[in-house]
Write a protein that binds this ligand. Sequence first.
Ligand code: FMN
Length: 125
Amino acid sequence: MKGLLYYFSGTGNTKWVADILKKYFRNNKIDLELLNIEKVEEIKLNQFDFLIIGSPVYAEMEPKIVDNFLNKLPKCIRNLKTIIYATQGGKSSSAPAIMAKKLKNKGYNIFIEECIKMPNNCYFY
Ligand SMILES: Cc1cc2nc3c(=O)[nH]c(=O)nc-3n(C[C@H](O)[C@H](O)[C@H](O)COP(=O)(O)O)c2cc1C
């Protein structure tokens, strides 16, 4: 099995989670390729069995760069299994549900929507 994880990470939290996921999948003999969406020129999903999208949360939403990327993702005709996760300073946010709705409308099979609490890079208590 081979998966693809697209992420954006302004200060490293979302990438840190991506690295942990890669490690755990590898332990289960599943290959996970990580791609920074800032560097993606062409979106290729054909050779992958599942997709993961990771994003930080800006004001409860995914940042514009992630939103643009979601808009660019092609319509999915093979019901590709997809996981969405967001990292944010709070316990939860509405970003994964908002992202999931967009991708469900394109035919992706979203089976996990997860919020992961991480250090807040916007302000400190
Ligand atoms: C402009 C901005 C807005 C943010 N808004 C929220 C927010 O609404 N809720 C929240 O819990 N965290 C918020 N955060 C914190 C980040 O989502 C959090 O630290 C995230 O893990 C950063 O991920 P990254 O290091 O991969 O960029 C915000 C951060 C920034 C820079």
